[in-house]
Design a protein around this ligand. Structure first.
Ligand SMILES: Cc1ncc(COP(=O)(O)O)c(C=O)c1O
Length: 398
């Protein structure tokens, strides 16, 4: 009975998901009917299907008659390991022990806290799961439901939108079990550099915690290709990527969000633990989709073409809107006076859907939500639409 109560309380800590809140915010208002609606709310790439998808699926369609294994077949894990080695210049990644497949990274980012955080550990205080604020809301949900205390690292103009590690006290690090990094960042576009990852890994060794790096937007950047956690770990000579896991996705890189396919890679010991949890939760990727995913990780032509479109879209937007192009991701993160009022006005006056930044953040102990006073718009419909979006956002009046 007691246990049931405490579980209920954990779930109750979760707020409504940002898009549910948005639906509620827009309740009773209509988009300007004289304009074609632009949906820049969700981070859903809307590019044509890469050419190999249909052929590969047809060739392997018979695989729907079989149960797939939860960890993913070796063909796909091999393609992922090869991609990681090519992309990050790694000397070796073992597909058998250092790679798992994910059904999109959302489920994996959520589940990992349940595998790595032990709420009953010996310390008197709850373990801490640290994360950027604003953040991909899954990290917050994962921390609460895993029985941890979320610790929010404010990312604002003062920190250059970096989650500020220097602001954390020793006692807090001592309770930390897991740190989520998101680079390139949704929503701010910040990119972690080598020094940032190195500092975090030194802290991880000193205070005994794990680092999970969400690198879903690694192939979408304005100028410099982002470094990855495993790349820095190898450069620092860390044996077997100790304490590190990365997650990446075909949703953004290959514009295949509906396929629900991603990767988990890093420290073999952590992979082993996660495999055990996943053998119960069972997020297996259907065999035909594993073949499509292997093809997608093995081809860079479509990724280069997508990057070109994202760069054109970013340029088109900022040519009209003015301001600085973000370092990574396809999001723009713009300061406004009142983010909810702005989002409502953008919808009713300009038929544009965007997200209030406060929905992507959480209030810290001082009651400050660093997402407040910003809106997030996704540039996912190509350069013409991005330019039109910029014109309409400029015209919004609140
Ligand atoms: C930062 C970040 N991480 C992870 C995901 C999850 O992507 P998927 O589950 O499609 O791999 C998203 C999706 O929007 C995201 O923005």
């Amino acid at each position: 009975m007691m246990q049931e109560k405490s579980h209920q309380a954990r779930l109750e800590q979760l707020g409504a998901y940002p898009f549910e809140r948005l639906k509620k915010l827009f309740g009773g208002i209509t988009a300007n009917p004289e304009l074609t609606h632009i949906d820049a709310g969700a981070g859903e790439p809307r590019l044509p299907l890469p050419a190999f998808v249909a052929d590969t699926l047809n060739t392997h369609i018979g695989g729907f008659s079989k149960y797939p294994s939860t960890i993913g077949g070796l063909e796909l894990r091999g393609a992922i390991a090869n991609w990681l080695m090519r992309r990050y210049d790694l000397t070796s990644v073992d597909p058998a022990t250092q790679v798992l497949t994910a059904n999109g990274t959302r489920e994996a980012l959520f589940a990992i806290a349940h595998a790595l955080v032990n709420p009953d550990c010996a310390t008197d205080d709850k373990p801490i799961v640290m994360m950027p604020n604003p953040m991909y809301q899954i990290y917050l949900g994962a921390a609460y439901t895993a029985g941890a205390e979320p610790w929010l690292l404010a990312c604002n103009s003062e920190t250059g939108f970096a989650p500020d590690l220097s602001s954390v006290e020793k006692e807090t690090w001592q309770r930390t079990a897991l740190v989520y990094v998101c680079s390139p960042s949704n929503p701010t576009g910040w990119i972690a550099d080598e020094a940032y990852y190195a500092e975090l890994l030194a802290l991880a060794d000193e205070y005994d915690f794990y680092v999970v790096s969400d690198e879903c937007y690694s192939e979408i950047y304005w100028q410099e290709k982002p470094v990855g956690l495993l790349q820095v770990a190898e450069k620092l000579g860390r044996e077997g990527f100790s304490r590190c896991l990365v997650m990446n996705s075909l949703s953004k890189r290959s514009a295949l969000p509906g396929m629900r396919s991603g990767l988990i890679a890093g420290d073999a010991e952590l992979i082993k633990r996660f495999t055990k949890l996943r053998s119960y939760t069972g997020p297996a990727t259907p065999l035909p989709l594993q073949h499509v995913a292997a093809a997608a990780w093995s081809d860079e032509t479509h990724v280069t073409q997508h990057l070109d479109v994202y760069r054109q879209s970013l340029k088109a937007f900022f040519d009209v809107f003015g301001g600085q192009i973000p370092a990574g991701s396809f999001f723009v993160w713009l300061p406004v006076t009142d983010d909810e009022a702005f989002a409502k006005a953008a919808y009713s006056q300009q038929a544009v859907t965007i997200l209030p930044g406060s929905y992507l953040g959480a209030e810290d102990e001082q009651g400050i939500n660093p997402g407040s006073g910003y809106i997030r718009a996704a540039l996912v419909d190509g350069p013409d639409s991005a330019a039109e979006l910029a014109r309409r956002l400029k015209a919004v009046r609140i």
